[in-house]
Design a protein around this ligand. Structure first.
Ligand code: SF4
Length: 311
């Protein structure tokens, strides 16, 4: 049995990993670096991924245009009241955070790691087609000062679905980016979505089998959100597709965790939908219920992360 299995969770949680690595409670602070996305500005497309809200991804970050220092202090001031010893991860979440001139990236990322002595890591969410060698060299340079994580939104390995959701890059591009990031010593976290239109449970399990064979360090799993004003909303109302029930989501996610390589840290097992924009699934707002159901199901069936992992 694995050391990270507790009476509560039977998988390798981010919380466990952070405490072990940094010996303190660590919080992610979402910073807004005022980025756009090539899948929205016309470079790749002007529609964006079909599930992405018109304001772009990262609804919970700091305010666009605010200085980084202000964005960070606002969060730290609140957290430090309860956890004076906490450490922080500077997290560029909204849109595509390596899509811009290299001078902008250099200035912003260095500013972020130097915002506070308690920042222990830089985390950058981006697309795999926005990681040219200049960007990877920069991230690798910063990685020598503080650990750098890169989060990639893969969503699915199914190329047909990728086309349907207008992801705008192929699986080869993703694999190439992961390999180049790993050659530079940068940790990679991959986002996947359960419940994409017309996908079956097997598609979602195939995502895990595929990722098991890649040199990745973390994963974020969440359910598809149908948000107001998106192309996904139009598809849902005009053509229709099946939305996962809570029970189905729990069943699929538990099966995925049981298949997942045991050294991959699970950063999330559900997402944060903006409540006022969410059409379906409404159960996705009950984050605690989802987590508890997954824990319960794993305990009852004596499952743990990686129990069905095969090389
Ligand atoms: S790559 Fe991210 S920010 Fe860009 S359209 Fe897709 S989900 Fe939205």
């Amino acid at each position: 049995m694995k050391e990270y299995i507790t009476s509560q969770h039977r998988y390798y949680t981010l919380d466990y990993y952070l405490k072990k690595r940094f010996d303190k409670k660590v919080f992610k602070v979402a910073l807004n670096g005022d980025f756009t996305c090539p899948n929205r500005d016309g470079t790749i497309s002007n529609r964006g991924c079909i599930f992405c809200s018109p304001e772009g991804s990262g609804e919970f970050g700091g305010r666009r245009g605010d200085p980084l220092d202000k964005q960070f202090r606002e969060v730290k001031n609140i957290i430090s009241l309860k956890w004076p010893d906490a450490k922080y991860i500077a997290y560029f979440q909204a849109n595509t955070n390596t899509y811009g001139p290299i001078e902008k990236l250099r200035k912003l990322f260095y500013e972020a790691i130097n915002l506070d002595k308690d920042i222990v890591c830089l985390s950058v969410a981006t697309r795999p087609d926005c990681l040219d060698s200049e960007v990877i060299d920069l991230l690798s340079e910063i990685n020598k000062i503080k650990p750098v994580w890169v989060e990639l939104g893969l969503q699915t390995i199914n190329e047909e679905t990728a086309h349907l959701i207008n992801r705008g890059y192929t699986l080869d591009v993703f694999c190439d980016a992961v390999n180049r990031l790993r050659n530079a010593g940068i940790e990679v976290i991959v986002h996947i979505i359960n419940g994409l239109p017309y996908e079956e449970k097997d598609d979602m399990l195939n995502n895990i089998k595929f990722l098991n064979a890649m040199d990745i360090q973390g994963i974020k799993i969440h359910s598809l959100f149908i948000l107001k004003g998106t192309d996904l909303e139009t598809l849902y109302y005009e053509k229709g597709f099946k939305v996962l029930t809570l029970e189905e989501y729990v069943d699929i996610t538990v099966s995925q965790i049981a298949l997942l390589r045991s050294d991959i840290v699970i950063h999330r097992i559900n997402g944060d939908a903006p409540k006022d924009q969410l059409i379906e699934p409404k159960w996705s707002l009950k984050k605690l219920v989802i987590m508890n159901e997954i824990d319960k199901r794993m305990r009852d069936a004596s499952l743990y992360q990686g129990i069905y992992y095969k090389k």
